[in-house]
Design a protein around this ligand. Structure first.
Ligand code: KG4
Ligand code: ZN
Length: 365
């Protein structure tokens, strides 16, 4: 009988609008990573519709499981453990992945490991590292989250601060919609910004110089709205949106988000004394952000680990963190439930913090 380490981890991620399955071996090599995106289903609404997302997960989960196993060259007999993302996310979406994972774990008689989606985003930085990524300051910037963590180890993350309104990716998505760009807005806005002047429009940068590890992007969004449609009661109409104006608006908006993300990372590094910075989540795919953080790392002489671009947006490979949890004995009972909200690790018994999570804000994405 082979030990669990000779076997593979089958990981399922369905917290929002991607149905994802990955097969990862005990050396954390990703043997297969399958992602069925639902972008085309949600595009016409300009954001994720939770009920549509759950139903699409139901249709896609079994084909994704089969495809991932086939692509990995392994079979169900090789599976030593099942990982499922159980928090945070859309409740219906999470339930589809978790139910599939529970069923497989029970049928195969292998352990089930519950994974936190945000911690998994940070774990993806290990594929940018030679050795262990943590301890580090971690920033997750995605469509549902913009949060800073003190990552003590792969088993110990402390939330340092988060957004008080929109997430950075959500702000990109809304800004793109205002500019007439397609969903998801982040990649479209990044493309539109090429050749634009980052200092063309002086957009606000919330809390930039305030000593607080929090973010706010709603004022920035309103400022863009006024720049596009004009101030209420303004005497002059706003400048028309020529291709040059569009590029300037996109570049200025992107620069405002990046300035804030970089400044808060720097504050968190100073506050914790850490010398490694890990960045994950969909917004970490943004090339201008990556370049800015490289500059920051050079200036401060710190180690920078940004998730490889293929593992920035939602995927199941990042649920490889389940190997670390499994090795530490953190197996989940088969009656475990999903937890839609983001829970502060130091305060597990308190009500979920009032944070921007996909579950609370899906319609805003
Ligand atoms: O991590 P992710 O797939 O889902 C959540 O956990 O929320 O992140 C998706 C978000 C979307 O808001 C998308 O617009 C944003 O990441 N995003 C980007 C880029 N690529 C994806 N934002 C800025 N620049 C990009 N290149
Ligand atoms: Zn995510």
């Amino acid at each position: 009988m082979p030990s669990v380490n000779d076997r593979v981890l089958l990981a399922v991620e369905s917290s929002c609008d991607e149905t994802a399955v990955a097969v990862i071996d005990a050396d954390r090599r990703v043997l297969a990573s399958v992602i069925a995106s639902q972008d085309e289903l949600h595009r016409r609404w300009g954001g994720v519709v939770p009920e549509v997302a759950s139903r699409a997960h139901l249709e896609r989960i079994l084909p994704c499981l089969r495809e991932a196993l086939d692509a990995s060259g392994r079979s169900l007999a090789d599976v030593g453990a099942i990982a499922a993302v159980t928090e945070p996310g859309l409740v219906g979406s999470l339930l589809v992945g978790l139910t599939a994972a529970k069923t497989l774990a029970w049928t195969l008689g292998v352990p089930l490991v519950a994974v936190n989606h945000v911690e998994a985003h940070l774990y993806a930085c290990r594929w940018a590292a030679d050795g262990e990524p943590f301890p580090a300051v971690g920033l997750v910037a995605s469509g549902g989250h913009t949060s800073l963590y003190d990552c003590r180890s792969t088993l110990d993350f402390e939330l340092l601060g988060t957004t008080i309104d929109d997430a950075a990716g959500e702000a990109f998505d809304k800004a793109a919609a205002l500019l007439g760009l397609p969903y998801p807005g982040g990649p479209a806005l990044e493309r539109a910004a090429v050749g634009g002047r980052a200092d063309a429009v002086p957009f606000p940068r919330a809390f930039l110089h305030e000593p607080r590890l929090e973010f706010s992007f709603s004022g920035l969004k309103t400022a863009l709205l006024y720049a596009v449609r004009g101030q209420p009661n303004a005497r002059q109409p706003p400048p028309s949106i020529t291709p040059e104006r569009l590029a300037d608006l996109a570049a200025s908006f992107q620069a405002a988000v990046i300035d804030v993300l970089a400044a808060k990372c720097e504050q968190a590094l100073a506050a914790t004394g850490r010398d490694t910075l890990c960045i994950g989540g969909g917004v970490a795919a943004n090339r201008a952000l990556r370049a800015r953080l490289e500059q920051l790392a050079d200036r401060r002489g710190i180690r920078l680990l940004i998730s490889p671009r293929e593992y920035c947006t939602d995927n199941a490979a990042m649920a490889a963190i389940a190997w670390d949890l499994l090795e530490a004995g953190r197996v989940s009972p088969l009656d475990i439930d999903v937890t839609p909200g983001l829970v502060r690790k130091r305060d597990q018994n308190a009500a979920p913090a009032k944070l921007t999570s996909p579950a609370a804000n899906a319609s805003r994405r």
